[in-house]
Design a protein around this ligand. Structure first.
Ligand code: SF4
Length: 408
């Protein structure tokens, strides 16, 4: 399992730590324990354990494993009242054996009683508007009249009210998590299986929360198809802007699968929105162990300049001008320096284009002449050294600048 250095912290005392050219959509801060989503805070990384919540020790261990590698909010599933009660013990054991960890719990079909129990024990409850007040689809139905639509809306408001009041009075949070695959039947009839239907589902629940003066809300509109997910989040951001709402958005592509394509699909959805300034917390959903999701999240955030949790390596692809085995040297440089979080280091094959294309890296390792490389500090050439001493001399240069720390 790949481990990561400590991420740039997301505690209440930290403002966004890393400069990016991305102008993020202004959102209100929503606190989940000591982590803040929105309000200009660093984009929060989330994942979800696979353990049965009734397995207290297994769940505590899984939450801890995720938290230790940088997952800032951990999600668990709560299909029954017994699972909801187990959260109390999980929380206590975490505090006794490790530390408190912000937890969000998924509540499913007709989950109002369970959600009320869950709200006593953890920081955030996730509900799915399509399932929270679940009406079995009727295959004979051909339409929903406005009166029928509104009647169900009133029932939803009544059912949701106690949960909203409980979360509001405790200063806790709710995620209104719409899924493309589980829209309520009346939304499907009225708006179709569309991004608009997803957005209307979320807005209906937001309005109920607002009518009760509850605003600790995070919204998600996940879909397994990236273009649908992109359209839904963009429409949501626009509708919220039009209506003066500033709730943070939780981004994700559901059922993204595994391996390289799962990562690319997640990145295509999540990073595209983040680059537009949309999104305050992310989860990469892979059909792999949840620990595998965290490095992907951090790579997306680092690549966009939204968080800096590792060394940024700039390296040319190599070509006929390359004066050394670039792949091998990059590995050596990475092995020696990957713990120096915060630095940008470039490895470039030649001095023809290398120095100009180092993208303002802090240090550069550039092929000079056969058998020799040049070390750079920023754009300034510092010294020419024999290639076989290149990595050692790079370390010496970083040490001389007092930017070196010993690896753990
Ligand atoms: S930096 Fe030099 S070696 Fe690397 S790709 Fe560009 S021209 Fe080729």
């Amino acid at each position: 399992m790949q481990t990561l250095p400590n991420p740039t912290t997301n505690s209440a005392s930290t403002t966004p730590a890393f400069e990016s050219t991305i102008k993020r959509r202004k959102t209100r801060p929503v606190s989940i324990g000591d982590v803040t989503i929105g309000g200009g805070y660093p984009v929060v990384v989330q994942s979800m354990i696979n353990e049965d919540t009734l397995d207290i020790d297994g769940s505590v261990a899984a939450i801890r494993r995720l938290h230790e590698i940088g997952c800032e909010i951990v999600r668990v599933t709560v299909p029954s009242m017994a699972h909801a009660r187990a959260l109390s013990e999980i929380k206590q054991k975490l505090k006794q054996t490790y530390q408190d960890v912000p937890i969000v719990a998924d509540v499913h079909h007709n989950g109002m009683k369970i959600a009320l129990e869950v709200a006593k024990h953890i920081e955030k409850v996730r509900i799915n508007p399509g399932l929270y007040v679940f009406e079995k689809p009727d295959s004979n139905r051909t339409e929903y009249t406005k009166a029928e639509f509104d009647d169900i809306g009133d029932k939803i408001a009544e059912t949701l009210k106690p949960l909203v009041i409980s979360l509001r009075d405790q200063g806790k949070a709710m995620r209104i998590g719409v899924n493309h695959g589980s829209l309520a039947e009346r939304m499907l009839f009225t708006y179709g299986d569309t991004p608009e239907g997803m957005v209307e589902s979320a807005l209906e629940f937001i309005r109920i929360c607002e009518s009760l003066d509850f605003h600790n809300i995070v919204i998600s509109l996940k879909a397994s198809r990236v273009p649908v997910m992109l359209a839904a989040y963009r429409l949501m951001a626009k509708r919220m802007d039009d209506e003066g709402m500033d709730y943070p958005l939780h981004l994700g592509v559901t059922e993204a699968g595994d391996g390289e394509y799962g990562r690319i699909k997640s990145t295509a959805g999540i990073a595209t929105l983040l680059a537009d300034g949309i999104g305050d917390t992310i989860r990469v959903s892979l059909t792999e162990s949840p620990e595998k999701e965290i490095p992907v999240c951090y790579s997306i955030l680092q690549a966009l300049g939204l968080r800096k949790t590792m060394v940024e390596y700039v390296a040319c692809p190599s070509c006929g001008r390359t004066l050394f085995n670039l792949e091998e040297v990059l590995h050596k440089v990475r092995d020696a320096t990957s713990h120096l979080t915060g630095l940008d280091i470039a490895v470039m094959g030649c001095i023809v284009n290398g120095p100009g294309e180092m993208a303002d890296a802090d240090y550069g390792y550039v092929g000079k002449t056969p058998g020799f490389i040049s070390l750079y500090r920023g754009r300034e050439e510092i010294k020419k050294v024999p290639e076989d001493r290149g990595v050692e001399e790079l370390i010496n240069l970083i040490k001389a600048d007092e930017r070196w720390v010993e690896p753990d």
